[in-house]
Design a protein around this ligand. Structure first.
Ligand SMILES: [Zn+2]
Length: 385
């Protein structure tokens, strides 16, 4: 699957979603952030909306289930509710959020809807400014109007998202359904190690200040530190660049992209201290070390009422459950800022995701969709008191 945001394949998938929505008799909507929705209105006037959603965009060369499962299952929940002539105290809306994966910005549509798309975010989009403006234009959108997608939280009853786990926990534990407790927080940094460039042939090994060696030592140190002292945390060096970058020149400078994640805010602080300490060890060998913060997401706990409802429904269907933190980001972390939100995970075969081998058994997809439907009905009773 190759559906980066606003690519031809992505636009075609979104058009397909609206076609299916209209064919089922629902009202189709596209908002100022390009979020695509199918709406089944409540027969009660002024009823708030329960959002059921995920995303149809993918990473480049991604899998079939990441995001798409949640959107297709949401539409099916609307169809089943309609077929069953069920009167709910809320309007149901199946929603496909724009650019969850971050081809352009990341959580673009869900943050716009939640009113969290700040000018700061749009000033430095991760895909670059030109890509953002060009992409929006392809979809008939403009950057200045994106914020108009914001909804009044009082009009939203809650948010439910079915998603594949994208990790190995459910499969390893032989559990049918994951109930997400928290979406982990993350921090990212650019680190620069500065040494002295020099001749690779004439500079003795004991007379070097090799920035490449400092960076490599740091990479090993990150791995060791997290394994030894930070269970349930992850840290990654995803990019290292040496300057000037030649066979025969000792690296005078090395740039390192560091990211780390935890569900616990205090662990994020401790991890930051420990990893920056590891980086600064290079200073004792005469290097200069610069630490520049790049990104910061706080951990987002999901709503306990919704989590309990998911557990009840699973129990009634005879499905086993486990609570787990999501190590990946999701639209739910934007929605959770404004409305009670919950996420349902189904197992990923071998924990594989973001590549073509991504697989979830059809029975697990069906289980997940049934939990999504059941939770939609269960919450109606909870909200009605
Ligand atoms: Zn996803």
């Amino acid at each position: 699957m190759n559906r980066p945001t606003f690519s031809d394949a992505h636009l075609a998938a979104r058009a397909w979603f609206l076609e299916r929505s209209v064919a089922a008799g629902f009202e189709a909507r596209v908002d100022a952030a390009g979020n695509h929705s199918a709406v089944l209105p409540s027969r009660f006037a002024e009823a708030p909306t329960l959002l059921l959603g995920s995303h149809l965009d993918t990473v480049p060369n991604g899998g079939r289930f990441d995001g798409a499962l949640g959107v297709v299952a949401a539409l099916e929940v609307l169809r089943t509710t309609q077929d069953g002539h069920v009167d709910l105290p809320y309007t149901l809306e199946a929603i496909d959020f724009t650019d969850e994966e971050g081809t352009l910005v990341g959580l673009l549509g869900s943050r716009a809807l939640a009113g969290a798309l700040t000018p700061d975010v749009l000033r430095a989009p991760r895909g670059g400014h030109d890509a953002l403006l060009h992409g929006l234009a392809r979809a008939g959108l403009t950057a200045t109007r994106l914020a108009d997608a914001r909804r009044d939280p009082r009009t939203i009853a809650g948010y439910l998202e079915l998603h594949i786990e994208q990790g190995p926990v459910l499969e390893n534990e032989h559990v049918d359904i994951g109930i997400v407790s928290t979406i982990v927080g993350s921090r990212s940094f650019n680190l620069t190690f500065k040494g002295t460039a020099g001749h690779a042939g004439t500079t003795p090994m004991d007379a070097r200040r090799d920035a490449g060696l400092a960076a490599a030592t740091f990479v090993v140190g990150v791995h060791e530190t997290v394994l030894r002292d930070f269970p349930n945390c992850v840290a990654t060096v995803g990019r290292v660049t040496f300057e000037p970058g030649a066979f025969n020149v000792i690296a005078g400078e090395a740039q390192v992209a560091l990211e780390f994640r935890s569900a616990d805010p205090s662990r994020l602080d401790a991890l930051e201290d420990a990893l920056v300490f590891r980086a600064r060890e290079a200073e004792t060998l005469g290097h200069t070390v610069e630490v520049e913060p790049v990104g910061r997401w706080e951990p987002v706990p999901l709503d306990t009422t919704v989590r309990t409802a998911i557990a009840h429904v699973a129990e009634a269907l005879g499905l086993s459950t486990a609570e787990l933190a999501s190590g990946a980001g999701h639209d739910a972390q934007a929605l959770a800022q404004i409305t009670p939100s919950g996420m349902i995970f189904v197992p990923s075969v071998d924990g594989v995701s973001h590549q073509p081998g991504e697989q979830t058994a059809w029975d697990d997809c069906l289980n997940g969709a049934n939990i999504l439907l059941g939770t939609t009905l269960e919450l109606a009773e909870v909200f009605a008191g």
